[in-house]
Design a protein around this ligand. Structure first.
Ligand code: NDP
Length: 512
C-alpha cells in the first residue's frame, strides 16, 4: 500500500524565517488556553489550577498548562475504560486501525517543521537533532507499529490430549494503558508508546512531563483529526507527583508504560505491587560504557562520542558517558575529544548552526554541577568544563574528565548532562577485564564498541550486560527493540515485541 507523505522539511528551508515562525509560535502559545484532552474534549483541570512551561534557553515562560490531578486522571481513565469496553477501537478490523495510525503519521508529518520548532522551544534541543533524529525516528516507529497491528497473532500450538478438542491461544489488547513520558525526547517517547498501544487495540491516558508537555498536546490534536475515536487517547498534563502518581495508583489502569528515572520507575513498580498488579514496561536510566580499541577509526569515534553526549546536552538515556580506551591511544583520543568539545557552538537550539542547546531546568543543571564538583574534590581531573555557563538559560559547559575512579559519583551516577569520563585500560587487558569495567554499573541500557577486529567485537558483545550494543557508531533504529537490563528497566519498545507488550494471552480449550 502506498501513502502520500509530505517530506520532513528542515525548518530552515521554509520560506518564512525561523525567527518569524518562532515569534508566531510564541504568540500562539501565549494565547493557548490551558487544556487537556479527555473523552474527545479539551478541558481545563477540574481545580482550575495551572502551571507554566519555560523556554530553557532563556528561562522565560512560554505557555500556561492545565495542572491535572487525581480527579482529572480519574475522568480520563473512565473515558479510556468506556472507549475500551464499549467503543469501537479494540473491535475495529486491524487493517482499519492500521489505516488510522498511518493517517496520524501523515498528519504529524505535514506539520513536522512546526513540531520541530515547538519541541526545540519546549525541550531545548537543537532543530537539527529533532529534524534528523526524534521526528523521523518517531514517525518510522509510528508507521512500523501501524503495520504490526495486522500481524498480531495467537497460535494453535498443541494437539489436545484426548483428540476430541482443539487448543489455541489469542492475543488480546491489555486494556487501559497509562503512558508516562520524560522531557528529554517528548515527541518520540509519546509517539512510540502511543502507536504500539493503539496498534494492539488498547486505549490510553498519557501523562507527559510537566517540563516539556507541548508536543503531546499536538499529538492529541492530530489523533482527533486522523479520526481516532474520542476517549481512545486522553492526555492529562500536570506534575509527576500528582497526575503521574494518580495514574500509577489507579485501580482501573491495566498497564503503565513508563520512561524516566530509575527512582520513579521503582515507585511505579511499588504502586503496581500495592495495587492491581499492573503490567509494566519500564525504560529507565543508563550510564552507558564506550570501549575504544587501538585499531578503531579515532576521528569517527571522537565525533560520534562527543556528538552523542552533547546533542541533547547529555540528556539522552543511552548516551555513552563512561569511555574506556586502550592505553596506547588514550592521549590521542582525549586530545581529539577536547578540541571537538571546544569547537561546539552552544546556544538556543532553535538558532541556526547551534550544536548544543541548554539543559532542561536549573535543577537538572545544578545536579550535574554537584556530581562533577563532588568527584573533582575526590581527585577527578576536569580537562574542560564542569560548570554552568553564566547568563540566561540553563546552559552547561561540555565537560571532559579523567582520573576518575569507579567509586566516584561521575563514574557511577547518571549525570544526564554533557559530561564524559575517560579511563584507560592496559593494552594487555583481556576482553574479560574490559567487559568487567563496562559492566561495573547498576545500569545496562546501551554499550558501544569502537574496533575493527570483528572477532574481538563478536566476543565482547557476548560479555556485555546491556539491552543494546552499538558497534562503530549509529544510533536510534525504529525497527530494533530498545530497552535495558539490570536497573535500566525491562520490556522493549519498537518492533513486534514492542507491540506485543500491550497484549495479554488468552488460552482456549475448545471441546468438540
Ligand atoms: P522522571 O523519572 O523524573 O520523570 C519521568 C516522568 O515520570 C515524568 O512525566 C514525570 O512527571 C513522571 N513522574 C515523576 N514522579 C512520578 C511519580 N511519583 N509517579 C508517576 N510519575 C511520576 O525522569 P525525567 O523526566 O527526569 O527523565 C530523565 C530520566 O529518564 C533519566 O534518568 C533518563 O535516563 C530516563 N530516560 C530513559 C530512557 C529509556 O528509554 N531508558 C529514555 C529517556 C529518558 P514530571 O516531569 O511532570 O514530574
Amino acid at each position: 500500500m502506498t501513502t502520500t507523505r509530505a517530506p520532513v522539511r528542515e525548518p530552515l528551508e521554509t520560506d518564512v524565517s525561523v525567527e518569524e515562525r518562532l515569534q508566531r509560535l510564541r504568540l500562539a502559545l501565549e494565547k493557548q488556553a490551558p487544556k487537556m484532552l479527555i473523552d474527545g474534549e479539551w478541558r481545563a483541570a477540574l481545580s482550575g489550577a495551572t502551571f507554566e512551561v519555560v523556554d530553557p534557553a532563556t528561562g522565560a515562560p512560554i505557555a500556561t498548562m492545565a495542572a491535572g490531578e487525581g480527579d482529572d486522571v480519574a475522568l480520563a481513565v473512565d473515558a479510556a475504560r468506556r472507549a475500551f469496553r464499549d467503543g469501537p477501537w479494540p473491535r475495529l478490523p486491524a487493517s482499519k486501525r492500521m489505516m488510522l495510525l498511518l493517517a496520524l503519521a501523515d498528519g504529524l508529518e505535514e506539520q513536522a517543521s512546526d513540531l520541530a520548532l515547538l519541541e526545540s522551544l519546549d525541550a531545548g534541543h537543537t532543530l537539527g537533532s529533532i529534524v534528523r533524529g526524534d521526528l523521523p525516528l518517531g514517525l518510522r516507529s509510528l508507521r512500523d507499529n501501524a503495520g504490526w497491528a495486522t500481524k498480531i497473532a495467537g497460535e494453535a500450538p498443541m494437539q489436545a490430549a484426548d483428540q476430541n478438542g482443539f487448543n489455541y491461544y489469542l492475543r488480546e489488547p491489555i486494556g487501559v494503558v497509562g503512558i508516562i513520558t520524560p522531557w528529554n525526547a517528548p515527541f518520540l517517547m509519546v509517539v512510540q508508546k502511543l502507536s504500539a498501544a493503539l496498534a494492539a487495540g488498547c486505549t490510553v491516558v498519557i501523562k507527559p512531563s510537566e517540563l516539556a508537555p507541548l508536543s503531546a498536546l499536538r499529538i492529541g490534536e492530530a489523533c482527533s483529526r486522523a479520526g481516532i475515536p474520542p476517549g481512545v487517547v486522553n492526555i492529562v498534563t500536570g506534575a509527576g507527583a500528582a497526575a503521574g502518581q494518580a495514574l500509577a495508583d489507579h485501580p482501573d489502569v491495566n498497564m503503565i508504560s513508563f520512561t524516566g528515572s530509575t527512582a520513579v520507575g521503582k515507585a511505579i513498580m511499588a504502586a503496581a505491587a500495592r495495587g492491581n498488579l499492573k503490567r509494566l514496561v519500564l525504560e529507565l536510566g543508563g550510564k552507558s560504557p564506550v570501549m575504544v580499541f587501538a585499531d578503531a577509526d579515532l576521528d569517527k569515534a571522537t565525533s560520534a562520542i562527543v556528538s552523542e553526549i552533547t546533542f541533547k546536552s547529555g540528556q539522552y538515556c543511552a548516551a555513552g558517558s563512561r569511555v574506556f580506551v586502550q592505553a596506547s591511544i588514550h592521549d590521542a583520543l582525549v586530545t581529539r575529544m577536547r578540541s571537538a568539545m571546544d569547537r561546539l557552538r552552544i546556544g538556543p537550539g532553535y538558532i541556526d548552526g547551534v550544536d548544543m542547546g541548554p539543559m532542561i531546568s536549573t535543577g537538572q543543571r545544578r545536579r550535574a554541577a554537584d556530581i562533577i564538583s563532588h568527584s573533582v574534590q575526590a581527585g577527578a581531573q576536569p580537562l574542560r568544563g564542569g560548570q554552568a555557563r553564566p547568563g540566561a538559560g540553563y546552559f552547561f559547559e561540555p565537560t571532559l574528565l579523567t582520573q576518575a575512579t569507579a567509586d566516584m559519583q561521575v563514574a557511577k551516577e547518571e549525570i544526564f548532562g554533557p559530561a564524559l569520563v575517560v579511563t584507560p585500560f592496559s593494552d594487555a587487558a583481556s576482553l574479560g577485564e574490559v567487559a568487567a569495567l563496562a559492566n561495573d554499573s547498576i545500569y545496562g541500557l546501551s554499550a558501544k564498541i569502537w574496533a575493527r577486529d570483528v572477532g574481538l567485537v563478536h566476543e565482547l558483545i557476548g560479555r556485555l550486560e546491556a539491552g543494546q550494543v552499538i558497534v562503530n557508531g549509529g544510533g536510534g533504529e525504529a525497527v530494533l527493540p530498545f530497552g535495558g537490563v539490570k536497573q535500566s528497566g525491562f520490556g522493549r519498545e519498537n518492533g513486534l515485541v514492542g507491540v506485543l507488550a500491550y497484549t495479554e494471552i488468552k488460552a482456549v480449550r475448545l471441546g468438540i
